[in-house]
Each structure stands twice: as C-alpha cells, then as structure tokens.
Design a protein around this ligand. Structure first.
Ligand code: ZN
Length: 198
C-alpha cells in the first residue's frame, strides 16, 4: 500500500491523500485538490479509485468529490449528519454512511477502521489504515480542530480525543486534515488537549 499526500492549493491547503493498494484498488481521503491530480496519479499507477472516504463534510475537504465520483464511479462515504447542505456542509449525497468500528476493505492491504469522533462536526470520523491515522480536523499536530462552528460540540470533542488516545497505538502516524504530520506518541506527550485525558 502506498500513500500519496496531495495538498490542496492555498489558501485552504487541506491535506488530502490517495492510497493505492497492492492490487491496484485505490481510495481518496478528503479529496479537495484539483481532481486531475488524483486522476493522473491513478492513471500513472494503473489504479482504480473505488472509495472516496471523507473524515467530515466541511467545504474544504470535499471539493473534488463530485468530479472524482463522476469520472471513476467510486463510492462516497460520509456521515449523513455532515451532508446537510449549505456553505459549511456543501456535499449532500453520500453513497454510504459510516458505522462506528466497521472495517472498509479497499484492497487486500488497504483496510480502514472507522472511529467515530464527533466534536469538530457531528459526523467527524478518524480513519485508521495500517500505521496511519487520518485524523481529519479532529486531531492536529499539537492542536485540535475548532468546536465553535455549526454542529461543533466541545464535550463530544473531549470524549473523542480520549477515545483516540486510548484506542490508537503509539507508533501510528497522525495525518491530519491541515498542517503538519505527527505520531500518536508525540501527541500523547506534547499535545495539551490529550494530556490528562487517559
Ligand atoms: Zn473541518
């Protein structure tokens, strides 16, 4: 399994990812860069995009979803509470809802475990794939996502962080929706929002 980091253009600069499994099946996480960038990587590797997995529904994580779904037929996964429509949650027609704890198998070596982590938005999830945690806007390097936007919930965020801290192993890489990457070990030690939770 290979992970390609595809940052979206400024000013949003969302971290987005394309993952390609050993049999050429691929998943896009929060595709918000130009759709052509995912499509050219897929073509270069002879891979087929089968899953579009959204950590949440905010406008800066979903920009290329419709174009990629149309071009590839990939199925879009998103908690329906984050598909409300409007400026903040513009994408409204996911193909699948997440079930907390389920495993989504994209390829033999590309399996995502879903961890429901509401707080930044009602439908936020973190996706654990091998030794990588796609933490969306829930957990950042040294910081956490905002809880003051519509649907945000500080108490739910605290519970979600405690859950992540307890459930995710130290050597797992943390790949957030914005800014720097980290590891679970570093976050447990240095992130003030995780200290004292578990
Ligand atoms: Zn967000």
């Amino acid at each position: 399994m290979k992970i390609y980091h595809i940052p979206a253009a400024p000013p949003l600069c969302t971290n987005t990812f394309l993952l390609i499994g050993e049999n050429g099946k691929a998943a896009a996480v929060d595709p918000n860069a130009d759709a052509a960038r995912y499509l050219s990587l897929l073509e270069e590797h002879g891979a087929k995009l089968t899953h579009i997995l959204l950590t949440h529904g905010h406008y800066d994580h979903v920009g290329a979803v419709e174009a990629l779904r149309e071009k590839t037929g990939a199925q879009v996964w998103l908690d329906p509470r984050d598909a409300a429509g409007g400026r903040l949650f513009p994408f409204t027609t996911p193909d699948h809802a997440y079930t907390d704890g389920e495993e989504i198998a994209v390829d033999t070596d590309l399996v995502f475990r879903v961890l429901a982590t509401p707080g930044h938005s009602p439908g936020s999830v973190c996706l654990l794939c091998g030794d990588a945690l796609f933490s969306g806007d829930t957990l950042f390097a040294g910081d956490i996502g905002r809880t003051d936007l519509a649907g945000g919930d500080p108490a739910a965020m605290r519970q979600s962080l405690a859950r992540l801290s307890a459930a995710v192993a130290e050597d797992v890489r943390v790949l957030p929706g914005h800014e720097d990457f980290s590891t679970m070990e570093r976050e447990r030690r240095h992130n003030p929002y995780l200290s004292g939770l578990s």
